[in-house]
Design a binder for this molecule. Structure first.
Ligand code: SAM
Length: 459
């Protein structure tokens, strides 16, 4: 691969003799040559610029001088190894340079000519002419800021492309996990000795020798960093690269895999507000039957829904101070999950007549504070895997913890159908323990429930 740079400051590129770029040239993996644009001028002052057509500040670089230089360089090195030539023009008005573009150039191009502008830039006809002449013209920007000239941007392109040329980097595997590589994520944080530095320790998992756990930790950090710093990258992520644990992690960061489009989208978990009432009534009525055992009649289920999930009841839940309703909302406003808790006054018991486990030890600890009833915890069917349950529970737990912060060991309890294995396993995973049984009426039909409970303050 050959890079020809044309600039009014060719000395700028002396640094290309250093480090990996220098070594790669010694090993003939790449060639880099810098040329002085002024060598193609014909006047004594070696002028390369003129005043802007149409007026305005500054000077513009002349198309005729650039044309001669580029023609010469392309012809001189015409068909380097018979391969493709690209005319790269750095400009703040170009497309932001990406790793994917660099990888493409490293694979496709044999000859890259870089035209470094100065002043107000290069006459626009240069890019236009070479495009029309069938040369691939690549106008790229280093970022949303303005440099004095294209030289820094040229060096950036050379470094980014050259290190992807086979043989350049000692361990090609190191390229795979890098930020902006195939993974489409920012890289995880990296550490080396000393183990402890200025009271900062290397995360223990990386020293444990457990490669699986280290890999998981790194993956989670990558996801966390990308969500915090480059949410735009998460939105472009190929979701087929995500495993279950990735999805759970992403849900805890507020992203879920959109069912319609197979892309990540942000979601919010928040307390419900009055405007949610119609959507809550619709969602709660629709998902309730999913948790009912087969022996309950349709009539009993319908009667329960009509009584408990109408808009009036929801208006009551949202206005009465003893209730807490948290909802999970998609970017498009659709509600896909909710919890409803009843928080008794003082250190009282919610759901005493409904089988509340008032006196049991939970987590081996005696309750000190209220016994909260989580009467509803529902997720709409298409969203049941993928970490929404964990995220919704954690938000609900934090809100409950806040509401019961005056007490040492408040507890939350719930009942779920004895035969509903999916729900039972899910609650266990969320830290609930089985503490008893109860009878629950749906319509006027009895339903055998198991009772789970959990400390609220413990994460
Ligand atoms: N008038 C131009 C504009 O507003 O788009 C800026 C010209 S700039 C001062 C001079 C030269 O610096 C450009 O022709 C380009 O070669 C280079 N340059 C400046 N900022 C750049 C960036 N963000 N990315 C790539 N090249 C840049």
């Amino acid at each position: 691969m050959r890079f020809d740079i044309i600039s009014v400051f060719p000395e700028f590129f002396d640094v290309a003799r250093l480090s990996l770029l220098g070594k790669a040239q010694e090993r003939n993996l790449i060639e880099i040559a810098a040329h002085n644009l002024r060598d193609w001028t014909e006047d004594v002052h070696r002028t390369v610029d003129d005043t802007p057509a149409g007026g305005g500040a500054g000077m513009v670089m002349r198309a005729d001088i650039w044309g001669k230089a580029i023609d010469d360089i392309l012809a001189r090195n015409g068909g380097v190894s018979g391969g493709k030539a690209v005319l790269a023009i750095p400009t703040p008005a170009g497309t932001p340079l990406t790793q994917a573009q660099c990888a493409q150039l490293a694979t496709d191009a044999q000859h890259i000519v870089i035209a470094c502008g100065r002043y107000e830039g290069i006459d626009a006809r240069v890019a236009e002419h070479y495009t029309q002449a069938g040369v691939e013209v690549f106008e790229y920007s280093l970022g949303d800021y303005v440099l004095n000239g294209g030289e820094v941007a040229a060096l950036a392109l050379i470094e980014a492309v050259a290190r992807l040329v086979p043989g350049m980097v000692g361990n090609p595997e190191s390229l795979l996990e890098e930020s902006h590589s195939q993974a489409g994520l920012l890289e995880y944080p990296v550490y080396t000795r000393p183990l402890s530095w200025r009271e900062l320790d290397i995360p223990e998992v990386l020293l444990s020798g457990n490669h699986r756990e280290s890999a998981r930790w790194r993956r989670d950090k990558s996801l966390e960093r990308t969500a915090a710093i480059r949410p735009d990258m998460l939105r472009r992520l190929d979701t087929s690269t995500l495993d279950k644990k990735d999805k759970r992690k992403l849900a805890s960061l507020g992203y879920l895999v959109s069912r319609e489009e197979n892309r990540l989208e942000p979601f919010a978990i928040r307390p419900a507000v009055e405007a949610d009432i119609p959507a809550l009534a619709e969602l709660s009525a629709r998902v309730f039957p999913d948790a009912c055992p087969a022996y309950l009649s349709e009539e009993a289920i319908a009667a329960h829904i009509a009584e408990n999930f109408n808009e009036e009841r929801w208006a009551h839940y949202l206005s009465a101070p003893e209730y807490l309703c948290m909802v999970c909302e998609r970017e498009n406003g659709q509600l896909i999950a909710y919890t409803l808790c009843e928080i008794p006054a003082g250190d009282g018991v919610a759901g005493l007549n409904e089988g509340a486990p008032a006196d049991v030890l939970v987590g081996g600890v005696e309750r000190q504070g209220p016994l909260v009833l989580m009467s509803k915890f529902y997720i709409d069917r298409p969203w049941r895997s993928g970490g929404i349950a964990e995220a919704l529970w954690e938000h609900t737990r934090l809100a409950l913890s806040e509401r019961t912060r005056d007490y040492l060991a408040p507890v939350v309890w719930l009942g779920t159908n004895e035969g509903n294995k999916r729900a039972r396993n899910a609650y266990k995973k969320l830290g609930f323990e089985l503490v008893g049984k109860r009878e629950f009426f749906v319509g006027d039909e009895s339903n055998a429930d198991v009772v789970f409970a959990r400390q609220i303050h413990m994460a």
